[in-house]
Write a protein that binds this ligand. Structure first.
Ligand code: KG4
Ligand code: ZN
Length: 329
């Protein structure tokens, strides 16, 4: 079954063709990072206007790279939630229009669920697992027992992990998006230079909080003697964030007695997070599933892959900008 997937929930215009949920024939991502860089964040009006300009050519490129014409597409899927309303609308309506014209099923996909299952593409035996979804907008710890069967164990009560990386990078006057910049600079810094707080690490819940950590960086920068170098601040901040993310994920894996841990979303590319998760999993004989970087940031490949496992949606499905992952146990 050839699924054409479309993703426009934020600032990436993406289309992909995936066969039977596993074989990614094409996964075209047109990033708008350069467009939004001068503003230090995503400007919704610019994002949706650009999705509209790009959507047709991105879909065409995905088909060309897959070596298929539209008549070989068996279903059309698109992200319907969560994300920026005006951006979601472009991809969702493109998918509905194509599916209707082709007389094929249309499948609406929850973006967070697609992140959750992205490390499982081609790994059907990995479930049950404890999974950490860490992106610019979300930080969620999940116990997944099957595709479409998952329970949220905890999530952030304020900033998402990626949001904290981006905001701290802004404080340090680094580029946008900040996560990759901090990751790069931290490599030459001392992670023990500053003892930033590990918020909620030792409490009983699986919730997270990153707003206090971000504020601690702000106070450090304001108050002399603040002599640490930018790489030292990056490394110390990153270490604090990673300690909490890894600590809670490992504790959940032990409590729920799973043999597999996975991480997904843009922040899961972070090299220190990957290194620390790898070490902790090796020590405990746990299997760690991490998707390749191009499947961690927003992309339509994960949308088309998950759609293979889903039933068709009604054409009346609307965008749902602020729903979360939901509980589907
Ligand atoms: O999943 P994603 O592409 O979009 C959302 O759905 O939000 O994640 C984007 C986030 C941004 O906050 C970005 O700074 C962060 O992922 N990110 C990273 C790294 N690469 C991307 N954060 C830390 N380290 C990285 N290497
Ligand atoms: Zn995302």
């Amino acid at each position: 079954m050839n699924v054409l997937g479309i993703e426009t929930s934020c600032d990436e215009t993406s289309a992909a063709v995936v066969v039977d949920g596993v074989q990614i024939l094409s996964n075209v991502v047109s990033s708008q990072i350069e467009l939004h860089r001068p503003y230090g964040g995503v400007v919704p009006e610019l994002a949706s206007r650009n999705h509209l300009l790009l959507i047709d050519s991105v879909i065409q490129e995905a088909l060309t790279k897959a070596g298929l014409t539209l008549d070989k597409i068996d279903a059309v899927a698109a992200t319907y939630a969560p994300g920026l309303a005006s951006s979601l609308l472009i991809g969702l309506n493109a998918a509905k229009g194509l599916a209707f014209a082709l007389n094929k099923p249309f499948i609406g996909i929850n973006h967070l669920e697609a992140h959750l299952y992205s490390p499982l593409i081609g790994e059907p035996d990995a479930l049950p697992m404890v999974s950490l979804i860490v992106s610019g907008g979300h930080t969620i710890l999940v116990h997944a027992t099957g595709i479409g069967q998952h329970r949220i164990l905890g999530q952030t009560i304020d900033d998402a992990a990626g949001e904290a990386f981006d905001k701290v990078a802004k404080l340090l006057k680094l580029g946008y998006p900040g996560g990759p910049e901090i990751d790069k600079l931290a490599k030459s810094g001392n992670a023990r230079a500053i003892d930033f707080p590990r918020s909620m690490l030792t409490d009983q819940s699986y919730n997270f909080s990153f707003s206090g950590l971000k504020t601690s960086v702000l106070y450090y920068l304001r108050k002399p003697p603040n002599t640490a170098t930018t790489p030292d601040i990056c490394a110390s901040f990153q270490e604090a964030a990673v300690d909490v993310l890894v600590g809670k994920t490992i504790r959940a894996a032990e409590e729920y007695r799973v043999k597999t841990i996975s991480a997904s979303g843009g922040v899961s590319i972070n090299s220190r997070l990957r290194e620390k998760l790898t070490g902790e999993c090796q020590q405990r004989g746990l299997r760690l599933l991490l998707a390749p970087a191009h499947l961690c940031t927003d992309n339509a490949g994960m949308i088309a892959a998950l759609a293979y496992h889903k039933s068709p949606s009604d054409f009346s499905l609307e965008v749902a900008p602020s729903i979360g992952l939901g509980v589907a146990a």
